[in-house]
Ligand binder design. Structure first.
Ligand code: SF4
Ligand code: SF4
Length: 127
């Protein structure tokens, strides 16, 4: 992400190819239904991180990457979140996964909820 990091990163830039945003932990059937809706969309995942926070992950590259997706073209003016990113939280260099649970499809999430015995099914579907 930073110039020094990019030198250490072998032109990786993987951390510039998605957006992850923390979302409220689902608390009701409507929330689970909303999460199923997210997961029905292409290139959207949900994950629970090691702090038990729920996050939505959007696999979409930053438009500031160069044509080879290797260099940040707005490096001097890059956003704060990019400046704060460090190899300590780099998903490429970390030994473990960045998530405790990850859901790429609504079936992934349904299996997890069934395993946890969380009832997400509406008795009567809302109109
Ligand atoms: S994902 Fe890690 S290795 Fe890749 S550019 Fe970002 S900080 Fe560097
Ligand atoms: S602004 Fe630059 S460092 Fe930040 S995500 Fe985009 S390409 Fe990566």
């Amino acid at each position: 992400m930073t110039k020094e990091k990019m030198l250490n990163c072998d032109d990786c830039c993987d951390c510039c190819k998605y957006v992850a945003i923390e979302v409220d932990k689902p608390a009701c059937k409507k929330d689970y239904s909303d999460f199923f809706w997210y997961l029905l969309h292409e290139d959207i995942s949900l994950f629970i991180d090691h702090d038990n926070s729920w996050n939505i992950e959007i696999k979409n590259p930053c438009e500031a990457l160069d044509e080879n997706s290797k260099i940040c073209t707005v490096y001097e003016d890059r956003p704060v979140i990019c400046r704060k990113y460090s190899l300590d939280i780099c998903t490429t260099h970390s030994t473990g996964e960045y998530y405790k649970e990850k859901f790429d499809t609504q079936d992934d999430l349904k299996k997890y909820l069934d395993k946890k015995r969380i009832d997400y099914r509406f008795k009567r579907l809302p109109r």
